[in-house]
Design a protein around this ligand. Structure first.
Ligand SMILES: NC(=O)c1ccc[n+]([C@@H]2O[C@H](COP(=O)([O-])OP(=O)(O)OC[C@H]3O[C@@H](n4cnc5c(N)ncnc54)[C@H](O)[C@@H]3O)[C@@H](O)[C@H]2O)c1
Length: 456
């Protein structure tokens, strides 16, 4: 465990374990400990199928039922099940509300929701009301009210929700998280992250013809719904991949919180340019006007004095890179790749050669997070370089052990809230917006859970 004192780690882990059980809300799940978890999948498009594939590799999960109105996606999902040699889940394909019939089943413990963004909160709330634990895929909220609603439903029902933010579990990020917790960067001052991913090929296409610029009803997968979100809105529509990972490093909602933000946006050029380049000026979609600015920059203030800058950059030609930076009083890390241990720069005062960046490989290898060190083999083959194994594992293990999720409903509400607040700020020329404290003051006493042990 290198520079980190293993005994201290085990002691802290044990204390965190005690904290977890003491903090557990008096929920209707309080008396449950499980060996197996029975899952219902709500939406089995491409992301739902990748969770499904991970869960099918486990011997402690039964996939009981799946709801998705798209019969082709359902058939693709069933093929994963057949390939894994498991029993075919019951299908709910009768329109967009058939998931409600899945929720009526009494043989399901939890649902994983991987639907288009506008469905996340209504489906999450319906699931909680039906007593089904929720694993929720990532996005930004449609409205700020959605964030209040999911929190208040949790507080009424006490049905736990986990925000399934896989990037929190990326190997380089967890190593940096581990270094932050050891104090190697000193006191943290500033963090950056974002969603910097050229999505043009995802936002257009019918899944059959490479030249297709279809979106909406004729689109395939995310082109069917995500592109519509770029038409009449302008804000950081995907804040969680950037905010989640850096947020856990500074204990958001567990000793710290976001207080204010201000957002600005560039003009919208990329999607129109892509249509004209591929389809010519006379292509019918060349007339479509997109309001979503190509690059949205959001500056955030935290209660404990840190600042965060988030960047949304999905409409321009660029290699994938989420642009993480963590800077403290003692040093700085910046990455330029997609999670490789060697695709970053680091500088630590009194350790690195004066005024010179070092490659991260040795630092991140030496400081591999104990969770990764333990489960790297199990994670092999799971999506996004293995990090998807960890997010699904955390969901299932927390349910089995009846402990709090490491990323919970308050994280979901806080991270999702960035979208509507950034939209309002942009409309008001960068006017500062207060970020609600969804924990109602409990952030001061809640203890960190994410990354405190090598358990999950
Ligand atoms: N964490 C990650 O790395 C990651 C990666 C990709 C997507 N995502 C997120 O996952 C979610 C799904 O994205 P995707 O790529 O799978 O999109 P997709 O379009 O491939 O799948 C969405 C599915 O939802 C289904 N659906 C639509 N309305 C529904 C309803 N009312 N009830 C049930 N199903 C419904 C669609 O038929 C489709 O099969 C989004 O929130 C997206 O942002 C996350």
């Amino acid at each position: 465990m290198n520079r980190y004192d293993r005994r201290k780690f085990i002691r802290d882990t044990a204390l965190a374990g005690i904290g977890i059980s003491l903090l557990q809300p008096a929920s209707l799940f309080a008396s449950m400990r499980k060996d197996r978890v029975r899952i219902g999948m709500i939406a089995v498009g491409l992301r739902g199928q990748s969770h499904l594939a991970n869960l099918l590799r486990r011997n402690d999960v039964d996939i009981i039922a799946m709801a998705d109105p798209d019969k082709d996606m359902m058939a693709m999902a069933q093929r994963h099940v057949t390939k894994a040699g498991k029993k075919a889940p019951i299908e709910y394909t009768n329109g967009p509300y058939d998931y409600k019939n899945l929720l009526k089943r009494d043989d399901i413990d939890a649902v994983i929701i991987c639907s288009p963004w506008e469905w996340h909160i209504p489906q999450g709330i319906d699931a909680m009301k039906a007593g089904k634990i929720v694993g929720m895929e990532v996005c930004g909220a449609q409205t700020l009210q959605d964030c209040y609603d999911i929190v208040s439903t949790y507080e009424k029902t006490k049905v736990p929700v986990m925000i399934m933010e896989n990037v929190c579990y990326r190997r380089d990020i967890m190593a940096v998280h581990h270094m932050v917790k050891q104090g190697m960067f000193g006191e943290i001052l500033h963090l950056q992250g974002g969603y910097q991913h050229d999505l043009r090929g995802v936002l257009f296409g019918n899944g059959k013809d490479n030249n297709s610029l279809d979106f909406g009803e004729k689109g395939f997968s995310e082109a069917k719904w995500r592109t519509n979100q770029y038409l009449h809105r302008n804000g950081d529509n995907y804040p969680t991949h950037g905010l989640g990972p850096v947020g856990t490093m500074i204990d958001l909602n567990r000793g710290n919180r976001l207080t204010h933000l201000s957002s600005v946006s560039t003009k919208a050029r990329g999607l129109h340019r892509y249509i004209v380049k591929k389809g010519g000026e006379n292509h019918p979609n060349a007339k479509v006007k997109f309001d979503q600015g190509d690059i949205v920059t959001t500056s955030i203030q935290c209660a404990n004095g840190e600042t965060i800058v988030l960047s949304l950059d999905t409409c321009s030609p660029r290699p994938y890179n989420l642009g993480f930076r963590v800077q403290g009083t003692n040093g700085i890390w910046q990455e330029f790749g997609s999670g490789g241990l060697d695709t970053g720069h680091i500088y630590l005062e009194d350790v690195s050669p004066d005024d010179r960046w070092e490659n991260t490989k040795d630092y991140l290898t030496k400081n591999d997070h104990p969770l990764w060190a333990r489960y790297a083999t199990d994670a092999q083959g799971a999506g996004h370089g293995g990090m998807d194994f960890f997010v699904d594992n955390a969901f299932i293990e927390s349910i089995k052990r009846n402990v709090e999720f490491p990323l919970d409903v308050y994280d979901l509400a806080t991270w999702y809230a960035i979208r509507p607040l950034s939209e309002k700020s942009i409309q008001e020329n960068g006017q500062v917006q207060a970020i609600p404290d969804f924990t109602k003051g409990a952030w001061k006493t809640r203890k960190p859970i994410f990354g405190v042990s090598d358990e999950f």
